[in-house]
Design a protein around this ligand. Structure first.
Ligand SMILES: [Zn+2]
Length: 298
């Protein structure tokens, strides 16, 4: 199922389901609603952490390619205002939030924040958004203390998980949204990295200024392999998985009007992979050559 989701996931122009609210049936008794919400929160938290980890690996490794970068310490933070009014009571109850203040929602494993032993639930009293050479004031319950963090330069192309049953990934040219259904179905991290890197390529290339036509999609596919390779993902295995997926879903090719047929995308990916594998070792820029090859449509 993961491959199917990967191939059919369209980065549509249409904004993904904007309804971030978790729908909870009104008829459910209060305690059941709480229990249901706790399960939804835990699942969403796990998905967000996974996407944050993969996204950060891509954004840090490719920071030389991005016009817009920031010093990233590997923290996801939140505050009560981030949640719809109807969910704030539940968020207060389940998410270690307070009426005001910004709190650590999660820490990306292996990140500077993780190495500094920052943990979910701690309050960031000041110093956020993080700036290099500025300490974060963090309160873990025993009073605020200054935490000096190393940071990594990272592209600004944040990726989020929204609650939606549709298999979809999209970007508005700035942020990347992945549906929860997609993240759940794509179990392999490299396969999910390909989807995130594809959307990231749209951001880096500024495709949204021109619209997402077939050439932009093919270019984003090819770029995604470059971004993944720079982040040390297994691009040979990822393309091989695509080949198997296309074989299994030849009948599904009419799925997306905004994307080229799967066979064309696959040949484009194979060409980009060969170019990367035959090229020099080490960090690679986004290719102008791939743009020309993509435009030829063969
Ligand atoms: Zn796309």
């Amino acid at each position: 199922m993961g491959l199917c989701a990967l191939i059919l996931a369209a980065c549509s122009d249409a904004a993904a389901d904007p309804d971030m609210a978790v729908s909870i049936p009104e008829t459910t008794p209060a305690m059941d609603r709480y229990a249901e919400f706790a399960v939804v929160v835990a699942r969403h938290q796990a998905m967000s952490e996974r996407v944050a980890r993969i996204s950060r690996r891509l954004r840090v490794a490719n920071s030389p390619l991005c016009d817009v970068t920031r010093h990233d310490v590997g923290l996801l933070t939140h505050q009560l205002d981030d949640y719809p009014p109807s969910l704030r009571a539940l968020a207060l109850h389940f998410m270690a939030l307070d009426e005001d203040g910004r709190f650590i929602r999660s820490v990306v494993p292996g990140s500077p924040a993780d190495r500094a032993r920052l943990r979910a639930g701690e309050e960031i009293v000041s110093g956020w958004p993080f700036q290099a050479d500025q300490p974060l004031m963090v309160d873990n319950g025993d009073g605020a203390v200054p935490i000096r963090l190393q940071s990594d330069l990272a592209c600004v192309a944040p990726a989020f998980v929204i609650n939606s049953d549709r298999l979809n990934a999209s970007t508005d040219g700035r942020e990347i949204e992945l549906s929860s259904a997609l993240v759940e179905q794509v179990g392999d991290d490299a396969a999910l990295a390909l989807i995130i890197a594809h959307e990231m390529a749209h951001v880096l290339r500024g495709h949204h200024q021109y619209g997402l036509h077939w050439n932009a999609e093919l270019q984003a596919d090819a770029d995604a392999l470059t971004l993944m390779r720079n982040a040390d993902y297994d691009i040979d295995g990822t393309v091989a998985a695509w080949e198997m997926g296309v074989d299994a879903h030849r009948d599904s090719q009419a799925m997306s009007a905004t994307h080229p047929p799967l066979e064309i995308r696959l040949r484009n990916l194979e060409g980009a992979l060969a170019t990367l594998n035959n090229g020099p070792a080490g960090f690679r820029p986004l290719s102008d050559a791939s743009r020309e090859r993509d435009a030829s449509g063969d």
